[in-house]
Ligand binder design. Structure first.
Ligand code: FES
Ligand SMILES: [Fe+2]
Length: 340
């Protein structure tokens, strides 16, 4: 499946940039589903997004500036507000006479968990709900914001694939003694999928410090949500009561390229575990995944028979069914790469 060829994906929310990165009052350019967009802060300091194209002579607005909450085109200085309406045309003497057709394509935009989320169409689902992110005894730690050369769906199924840690996470938590999970329960939900599982893992030195557990091995009780299409919330519960929740969205840039946006939510304090140490461990884990995931084919086939499966692939199989059903419900057929 080529995501840029399936318009239905425009109808979901994606985090495109940490809010912090807009605080310099400069426009921010991003490519979402193959389309250039621009993001900035409006008059009230709220994020705004639009197509990165001026309606006058099509210049890239992201090369311009932000003035009093409006994005200013770098070519002739027209200014547009967060709704896309043109508020100023320097070449017109009466600013009340700006034609209504002087408008850029604005997109829905919202802040959540410290990130700017954009939906280019009509949202079919709300922004993924992460209840612990609002709880006082939890803290949010921003982790990674970087492009990966792979399909988002490959990463989503990887998060729920409990056969890969033994082979991929050899320097972090993968255990040779636990090639498969002890328990695996998979349920479909309206937003996607929920997996409840337990997996025996290795507990290396940095993790012993991070988890405040001295054992060389431990058990992860996992509660994983997949929010269609490209967000996963991986709750890792440890026997000592610590919860390390990883929230990861693979925001679709274009076919074969996704922006990896990851933060974690933990029920401990900075005095107990330094954010930098928690990030350091997750960095090692994600880099182990990245090498393998970037080697996979980004044109993920939705047809089940096109790849081979084992019992731990159940979540990935359901993901393919759900995406196929989504396309069908919106009158789309799966578009694959054409081989010549
Ligand atoms: S191209 Fe934007 S103002 Fe002319
Ligand atoms: Fe992994």
């Amino acid at each position: 499946m080529l995501i840029t060829q399936q318009p239905v994906f425009r109808n979901f929310w994606y985090p495109v940039v940490p809010l912090e990165m807009l605080k310099n009052q400069q426009p921010y350019s991003f490519t979402l589903l193959g389309e250039a967009i621009v993001v900035w802060l409006d008059k009230e300091g709220k994020p705004a997004a639009s197509k990165d194209r001026c309606c006058h002579r099509s210049a890239k607005l992201s090369l311009g500036t932000v003035d009093d909450g409006c994005i200013v085109c770098p070519y002739h200085g027209w200014e547009f507000d967060e709704t896309g309406e043109c508020q100023k045309v320097p070449q017109i003497s009466d600013q009340n006479k700006i034609p209504k057709t002087y408008k850029i394509q604005a997109y829905q935009c919202s802040e959540r968990y410290g990130y700017v989320w954009v939906c280019m169409g009509e949202p079919l689902q709300p922004i993924p709900e992460i209840p612990e992110a609002y709880q006082d005894d939890y803290r949010i730690i921003p982790e990674f914001y970087e492009p990966w050369n792979c399909a988002g769906l490959r990463v989503m199924e990887n998060e729920m694939d409990l056969a890969h840690p033994t082979f991929v996470h050899t320097t972090t938590f993968g255990s040779e003694e636990h090639p498969v999970p002890d328990a695996l329960d998979v349920k479909e939900t309206d937003y996607g999928l929920k997996v409840i599982a337990t997996l025996g893992v290795v507990n290396p030195e940095l993790q012993q410090k991070n988890l405040k557990m001295e054992n060389n091995e431990t058990t992860r009780t996992l509660d994983i949500d997949w929010f269609m299409p490209f967000t996963c919330c991986l709750r890792i519960n440890y026997p000592n009561g610590l919860t390390h929740t990883v929230v990861n969205t693979m925001t679709p840039i274009e076919d074969g390229r996704s922006q990896m946006v990851q933060f974690c939510v933990r029920n401990d304090t900075e005095a107990e575990t330094k954010a930098s140490d928690a990030i350091a461990f997750d960095r090692q884990v994600t880099l182990e995944d990245k090498t393998i995931l970037e080697s996979t084919d980004f044109d993920v086939p939705l047809e089940i028979k096109a790849e081979q499966h084992i019992m731990t692939d159940k979540p990935g199989i359901i993901m393919r069914h759900r995406i196929a059903a989504l396309l069908k419900a919106h009158g789309e057929t799966e578009v694959r790469r054409v081989y010549s």
